[in-house]
Design a binder for this molecule. Structure first.
Ligand code: CA
Length: 428
């Protein structure tokens, strides 16, 4: 809990005297009829509290933090398990004050009174947005009585998301754990995949590896055999695996609110076919270069642009594209084969927060930032694509921690060289 308390203090230090910040817990989402999705706390809220119950709110003032939460309810606890409750919250969460969530709305006018700026994540909860705007307006209209309310509302991302971008030691440890569980799943797939299995059977191997270590999927796993790998967000996972196919698996574990995000592409049989191997090596070389380039001071934009150069050079050597690298980049011909970015921030959210640009220029990497490195090539089944490449889709994705020296690959335990993958596949 200490980490959460020190994050709240950092937020307080970033605030001015007349500021107040309000954070609302995630809503409970309905899957169908009266069945709810498994509750997952809002990432910002969890970052600041470590509290994973619904119907809660956090108010941060420059010199005080108040958590609003549900009172314990024996009947609810019978159905849904223990609740922390107001009485235990101060000690457990090391928070200054805990209050009943039922008094949150009646307290808000007092909490916003004579505050100049309200930090709040507007745009997510229409009803709460309106309530806070209306309350602020009502306070402002009482200026004749000498009171006022916030005349400025600032998106709370501005306070928090820069902080979340650079991970603290505790977060890095949790990322290592999420990466390790993610590695278990990919290694199990290398060993257990057989021709004629269905994609969903591989998905069940992923689930088993995650649940064995009390983790869940960070996002719906992509298990794509053959040409399905060319569908970037393929999650149907219901087709049969054929001989001499490549299988693209994009799967990551969420553990303690931190997320792995890894892709491997491997043969359904013991070895890659020759065109598969040639295309795979192009992506792998580009990925290894991109990881080497992921160092303090470079921007993700630069890494991406250099990766595009590598991939275009590869596509020319594979005789998929003709002409020079510069011509192909200028004309965008490569976008038919590589249409996504090379990486994204990773952390409490799979596509983690933090802007990619600062003051109009691409943000430079700093130690403690974590990102994915994930080049790919996708060859559609179309007449102008060399026949032997048609329907091949390859992506290789690792999770990388930026340091003051070489980047640390958190998911390095999962093999990716042709030699290492074929060694496992031939031995099974
Ligand atoms: Ca991914």
């Amino acid at each position: 809990m200490q980490a959460h308390a020190s994050r709240r203090e950092r937020v307080q230090r970033a605030m001015s005297k007349g500021d107040v910040a309000v954070f609302i817990s995630a809503p409970s989402l309905i899957r169908s009829n009266d069945v709810h999705h498994r509750f997952r706390q809002d990432s910002d809220f969890y970052y600041l509290t470590g509290f994973d119950e619904e119907e809660a709110a956090l108010v941060i003032e420059p010199d005080r933090c108040i958590l609003y939460l549900r009172r314990r309810d024996p009947e609810k606890e019978t159905w849904n398990g223990p609740m922390l409750g107001v009485d235990r919250a101060v000690a457990t969460l090391e928070i200054d004050e805990a209050r009943d969530i039922n008094s949150f709305r009646t307290d808000i006018p007092t909490l916003l009174k004579n505050r100049e700026t309200l930090y709040y994540m507007f745009g997510r909860n229409r009803e709460m947005d309106f309530f806070l705007l209306e309350t602020s307006d009502r306070l402002l209209r009482r200026s004749r009585a000498g009171d006022f309310g916030p005349s400025k509302i600032v998106h709370s991302a501005l306070l928090l998301h820069e902080m979340r971008l650079v991970k603290d030691r505790g977060e890095i440890d949790k990322m290592r754990l999420a990466a390790d569980i993610t590695a278990d799943a990919h290694l199990a797939l290398f060993e257990k995949t057989r021709v004629s299995m269905f994609e969903y059977e591989l998905e069940s191997i992923i689930h088993e590896a995650f649940r064995k270590r009390n983790a869940t999927e960070a996002y719906p796993s992509i298990v794509a055999a053959g040409k399905n790998a060319c569908i970037l967000h393929y999650i149907k996972n219901d087709e049969k695996i054929g001989a001499d196919q490549l299988i693209l698996v994009d799967a990551g574990a969420e553990k303690d609110y931190m997320n792995g995000d890894v892709t491997r592409t491997y043969p359904s049989g013991k070895t890659f076919t020759s065109p598969q191997r040639d295309a795979y090596q192009v992506v792998l070389d580009a990925q290894l270069n991109a990881i080497d380039r992921t160092v303090t001071g470079i921007s993700m934009e630069e890494v991406h642009n250099l990766t595009v150069r590598d991939l275009v050079g590869g596509l020319i050597s594979l005789k998929v594209l003709s002409g020079t690298v510069d011509e192909n980049i200028e004309n965008g011909t490569y976008k038919k084969y590589y249409m996504h970015r090379t990486g994204h921030w990773l952390g409490l959210d799979v596509h983690d927060v933090g802007s990619y640009n600062v003051n109009g220029a691409p943000r430079k990497m700093e130690p403690g930032m974590i990102c994915t490195v994930e080049p790919g090539l996708y060859f559609p089944d179309e007449a102008d694509v060399p026949e032997h490449f048609r329907g091949i889709g390859i992506r290789i994705e690792d999770d990388v921690l930026v340091t003051s020296g070489k980047a640390e690959v958190l998911t390095a335990r999962i093999p990716k060289s042709v030699k290492d993958i074929e060694a496992i596949r031939s031995g099974v």
